[in-house]
Design a protein around this ligand. Structure first.
Ligand SMILES: Cc1cc2nc3c(=O)[nH]c(=O)nc-3n(C[C@H](O)[C@H](O)[C@H](O)COP(=O)(O)OP(=O)(O)OC[C@H]3O[C@@H](n4cnc5c(N)ncnc54)[C@H](O)[C@@H]3O)c2cc1C
Length: 196
């Protein structure tokens, strides 16, 4: 049983997982590693001057691992179904119960369609700025919600918005993930340094 299941571990999915796990929600990410980032080199991600997409992914995966996200690398999600107040996320290995699901599968919207999410006329999944779909507690992010404008920083923003909205629901008020310099010792202590 997880609080949050994220399907897809590109910038959108890992960003959502970072926010939720960092703030106390037990989060799992399933990813088949076909992210477009492996074809990219970023010069347009604000705050990062130049980085290969694959290196970006290595840093991002380390970052979510540091915070304690359960990362099921290589495990493909075959279905997501509503189950009472939550969802069951299925793979060939197992079925996983979760309260919230974040779809972050790039431009592949098949799972959103199977789940019964509403689509817009342009065939993108219908969401508002919170990234919640027409199915309560199911979120969609990245290329599946955008008609052609889906750079990495935008996907990461979508994931963060989904994560924050889930946190706001759970905490019962608008939630902010604001760290200050005083938080550095605690969070840095939890950071696993590369061994070499
Ligand atoms: C050639 C090229 C160059 C690019 N250059 C830039 C650039 O310079 N700057 C920039 O900002 N962006 C660039 N991009 C775009 C950038 O890569 C995307 O915007 C970004 O990867 C989108 O992130 P995402 O998380 O939405 O989706 P993705 O990165 O596509 O991640 C989706 C993930 O979900 C996984 N997945 C899918 N289905 C399942 C399933 N059923 N179960 C489990 N996992 C699943 C996939 O394997 C994948 O890892 C480029 C893209 C390409 C192709």
């Amino acid at each position: 049983m997880f609080d949050v299941a994220v399907v897809g571990g590109g910038p959108a999915g890992l960003s959502a997982a970072l926010f939720t796990e960092k703030n106390g929600l037990d989060t799992v990410v399933f990813d088949t590693d076909e992210t477009w980032m492996h074809h990219a080199h970023l010069f347009n991600y604000l705050g990062v001057r130049s980085i290969s997409g694959s290196e970006f992914m290595e840093v991002a995966r380390g970052q979510v691992d540091d915070r304690g996200v359960t990362r099921k690398q290589g495990e493909e999600v075959t279905s997501v179904e509503q189950d009472g107040d939550g969802f069951v996320v299925s793979t060939e290995d197992d079925d996983y119960e979760t309260d919230y699901v974040v779809l972050a599968t790039g431009d592949d919207s098949d799972l959103a369609e199977e789940l019964g999410c509403e689509f817009k006329d342009d065939e993108t999944v219908a969401v508002d700025v919170t990234m919640e779909t027409s199915v309560e507690d199911a979120y969609a992010t990245g290329a599946m919600v955008r008609n052609g404008e889906y750079e990495a920083v935008i996907s990461a923003g979508d994931g963060g918005a989904a994560g924050l909205n889930i946190l706001s629901k759970e905490k019962g008020e608008h939630f902010h993930d604001f760290d200050t310099p005083d938080d550095v010792p605690t969070l840095a202590d939890e950071t696993v340094e590369d061994e070499d």
